[in-house]
Ligand binder design. Structure first.
Ligand code: SF4
Ligand code: SF4
Length: 150
């Protein structure tokens, strides 16, 4: 079973993703691509596509919500995105995750959605061939960390 975020993306298409403008200012060390952002309030920018109301969807999101999801700027995404937890990934529910999934017709995650990590932890040889563990389905891909409500 892959990381649940990789078949979701709901939070990237539910919340306004806003952050301090300096995160998109290279002169100050900001790494978020400014061309993918828009000015918001006096000290803020937002990911383009999420700044209005209605039907937000981040311009950096490559996804068919509920089928596959990828953040096209994952290494340089805003801190707000890094701060959103997927429900039960760290042993507790996440209201932001649950609400976004429900809004897209997806059930909230449960602890059962993370059982694959136990199999990965028991993988002694690191090979995804099941040779040392019948539950071995290979190393799961990295998470797609999501956004945060503003
Ligand atoms: S954090 Fe939750 S809503 Fe966001 S992509 Fe992951 S599973 Fe989906
Ligand atoms: S993680 Fe953030 S920057 Fe990436 S697609 Fe989602 S909302 Fe956009």
């Amino acid at each position: 079973m892959p990381h649940p975020c990789l078949s979701c993306g709901a939070c990237c298409a539910h919340y306004r993703v806003s952050f301090h403008w300096s995160e998109a200012e290279p002169a100050l060390g900001g790494l978020v691509p400014a061309e993918l952002t828009v000015p918001l309030r006096s000290h803020e920018r937002a990911m383009h596509g999420t700044e209005g109301g209605g039907d937000p969807r981040c311009v950096a999101l490559d996804a068919d919500i509920g089928r596959y999801s990828r953040c096209s700027i994952h290494p340089v995404r805003p801190q707000a995105c890094r701060d959103v937890a997927a429900s039960w990934e760290s042993g507790q529910p996440s209201r932001q995750c649950d609400q976004a999934r429900l809004a897209h017709g997806l059930p909230p995650l449960t602890p059962a959605d993370w059982i694959w990590r136990e199999a990965a932890a028991n993988d002694r040889d690191g090979n995804p061939d099941g040779s040392d563990n019948p539950n071995d389905r290979g190393t799961p891909p990295p998470a797609l960390p999501p956004p945060i409500a503003a």
